[in-house]
Design a binder for this molecule. Structure first.
Ligand code: GLP
Length: 241
């Protein structure tokens, strides 16, 4: 695992965008693993700028979201499919039909999760997976206690995560209890993992997954086993290393 510490979130976004740009220039049909939350926003801003100002193109690329809330109506402002569309894919030239996410509105959840795994496989697997980290060490929505070999499935959110994500909703009661998420095994199949984090609020989680033991109680620690994991963080997030 390579850990890169930069002064602030802008620099974090620029370096992660560099990795994505060089991938897409080398492999225009790249498969990108897309994350939500506030951490990837500087990356999406930077990629949108490069698209706008330098013509960086994603026209042949495709994207797979990490996770999705269960039970939000299709098109809900906070559904991750909408967030990804708004924050990234609508701002560049990715073909909308090439952007995928787990189906949080499916009636047959098991079949939806299986279909999602198959879609990722059919696309040739994820070339570069963007990740943030939760304050409790989760990645995607793999909460502490998630199997290190897990595949896409339904999960119940930890109270901490619902509290952390309440800022995106009108109240904590509006935050769904359930989600579909790529498993840790699914995430580990991506060729390159790029985890970004900034702010003092992430310092403890960063310390635990970078320097602590690999353990299901800190799901991000699985990155220690990945052959190509890049962790890009700001000084505040690195303050407990
Ligand atoms: C959410 C997402 C994760 C994200 C995490 C951190 O729960 N499911 O993919 O990494 O929260 O979010 P933020 O970047 O806003 O701190």
């Amino acid at each position: 695992m390579e850990v890169i510490i930069l002064p602030g979130n802008k620099e974090v976004g620029v370096l992660a965008a560099d990795a994505i740009e060089s991938l897409v220039r080398k492999k225009p049909r790249a498969v990108l693993g897309l994350a939500t939350g506030s951490s990837p926003l500087p990356i999406y801003d930077e990629l949108a700028r490069r698209h706008e100002e330098h013509g960086l193109s994603f026209s042949q690329a495709s994207g797979f979201a990490l996770d999705e809330y269960v039970g939000l109506p299709v098109g809900h402002f906070e559904s991750y499919r909408e967030v990804i569309r708004r924050e990234f894919t609508n701002r560049v030239d990715v073909a909308p039909e090439n952007v995928h996410g787990p189906d949080g509105a499916a009636t047959d959840v098991e079949a939806a999760c299986k279909a999602y795994e198959e879609a990722i496989k059919a696309a040739g697997g994820v070339d570069l997976q963007i990740l943030g980290v939760g304050t409790n060490g989760h990645i995607g929505f793999n909460e502490p206690g998630s199997s290190l070999a897990s595949r896409t499935r339904i999960k119940t959110l930890a109270d901490q995560t619902r509290e952390d994500n309440a800022r995106f909703f009108d109240s904590i009661e509006a935050v769904p209890h359930h989600v579909l998420t790529q498993g840790l095994g699914t995430i580990m199949d991506a060729c390159h993992l790029v985890l970004v984090a900034f702010g003092a609020g992430k310092a403890e989680a960063v310390h635990d997954f970078v320097e602590g033991p690999v353990s299901a109680s800190c799901p991000a620690s699985i990155l220690q086993f990945h052959p190509h994991a890049t962790v890009i963080i700001d000084e505040a997030a690195a303050s407990k290393l």
